[in-house]
Design a protein around this ligand. Structure first.
Ligand SMILES: *[C@@H]1O[C@H](CO)[C@@H](O)[C@H](O)[C@H]1NC(C)=O
Length: 389
């Protein structure tokens, strides 16, 4: 009895050691120009991929061979040197508010061919292992949705899979190619039962942005990266034909807050009215919402409120999110604590059999790395439980 127990314990230890060296779970970090900070190698283990954000899509519509300059906040080699050997480094193209280059590039067979060949040239010139396509979003609902109506972008639903296929073909099968995709069902305009299987043929994996799920287009309080809404997001892609193993769940290393009405929120702070957060005509931010990375100083005007959130925040079992409604200033806070990061492993990753995680972004969690540590611990545990099967 004792002998078999200790043998089991040894096997467990051995498995844990093995998997920390080669985790079968993808653990991807966006490294951003705003916060290009990297922890020491003990803290960064087991990061498997780094996606450097962002390079503008506008560079890829130029005449092929006209330049070998690919402006990025840091050279790919320099980023690579900051991580363990073998970590894959991708260049993320696009991002919120920088989609005009995609509108141009995806338009025709000819523009897609030019864009794709330029992407391949960029990967060659920079020495990256691949690309992450962050078009926010094909089919519309992006930052300029009030200026360019979605109807003017209807053609993108059919063009997006062709665009990705052209990039894949130019890159060849050995380079890594992923896409960051919207987390809210109403933004998944280009992701239908017909297109998702086509899209997945070109990609190694899909980064589902399961955050910002409350944003300034909402008018009631919600968890911006809650468990229930995250499940809805990943299931939408799986139901439309993405293999769970190719789906990565997004984590946010930042806090969000929204000013709300007062009276209706006193008894029911979850789902209570915020009033207008975005100008309904221009789509401009009305200054009643904000976000900050864990690395950043808390904005002065919400410091006292955040202090209350930090000490009195709680977990909502139903929606699966950490929140606080500040009665003094009528401010709704929504973010993940390290404990909620840990909860997402059994409740989302294991539940849906997902193949990986990613975070926006690595340096956003400096210098304490508390959320990164929780994420890495979840990845290690999940990897070793998979090995044991
Ligand atoms: C929020 O917006 C929706 C759609 O425009 C509207 O039907 C609803 O009444 C609004 N809710 C609140 C609380 O303002």
């Amino acid at each position: 009895m004792i002998a078999s127990l200790s043998k089991l314990a040894l096997v467990g230890l051995f498995t844990a050691t093995m998997t920390s060296a080669a985790a079968p779970i993808r653990n991807i970090m966006y490294l951003t120009g705003q916060h290009p900070f990297v922890p020491d190698s003990t803290t960064s283990s087991p990061i498997t991929h780094v996606a450097m954000a962002f390079m503008s899509p506008s560079f890829f519509n130029r005449k092929e061979g006209s330049s070998s300059e690919w402006p990025l906040f840091m050279p790919v080699d320099e980023a690579r040197s900051k991580f363990s050997p073998g970590t894959k480094v991708l260049v993320a193209i696009g991002g919120w508010g920088d989609s005009a280059g995609f509108d141009t590039g995806a338009y025709s067979d000819e523009s897609r061919a030019t864009f794709a060949r330029n992407v391949a040239a960029m990967v060659e010139d920079t020495g990256a292992d691949g690309v992450d396509i962050d078009w926010e979003y094909p089919g519309g609902n992006g930052e300029d949705w009030k200026k360019i109506p979605n109807e003017a972008r209807a053609w993108q639903v059919a063009a997006y899979p062709k665009f990705l296929a052209e990039i894949r073909s130019a890159l060849g099968p050995d380079k890594i190619m992923s896409a960051a995709v919207p987390g809210l069902p109403h933004d998944m305009i280009a992701f239908t039962p017909e297109t998702v299987p086509q899209i997945m043929e070109s990609l190694d994996f899909l980064n589902v942005m399961a955050y910002d799920l409350m944003n300034r287009r909402d008018n009631v309080t919600k968890h911006h990266t809650g468990i229930e809404a995250s499940l809805t997001a990943v299931r939408a892609y799986i139901d439309n034909g993405a293999e769970p193993d190719k789906v990565n769940l997004g984590f946010a290393f930042y806090a969000k807050y929204f000013r709300t009405e007062h009276e209706p929120c006193v008894d029911n702070p979850i789902g209570c009215p915020t009033g207008l957060l975005e100008d309904p005509v221009t789509g401009e931010d009305l200054g009643r919402a904000g976000a900050f990375a864990w690395r950043d100083e808390v904005p002065y005007e919400v410091q006292a409120s955040f202090e209350r959130a930090r000490t009195k925040g709680k977990y909502d079992q139903r929606g699966g999110g950490w929140y606080y409604w500040d009665e003094e200033e009528s401010i709704w806070w929504t973010y993940d604590t390290p404990e909620v990061v840990a909860k997402k492993f059994p409740l989302i990753m294991e539940q849906e059999n997902l193949g990986g995680v990613f975070a926006w972004g690595l340096g956003e969690d400096a210098p304490k790395w508390a959320h990164l540590r929780a994420l890495n611990a979840g990845v290690r545990r999940l990897a070793s439980s998979k090995e044991e099967l």
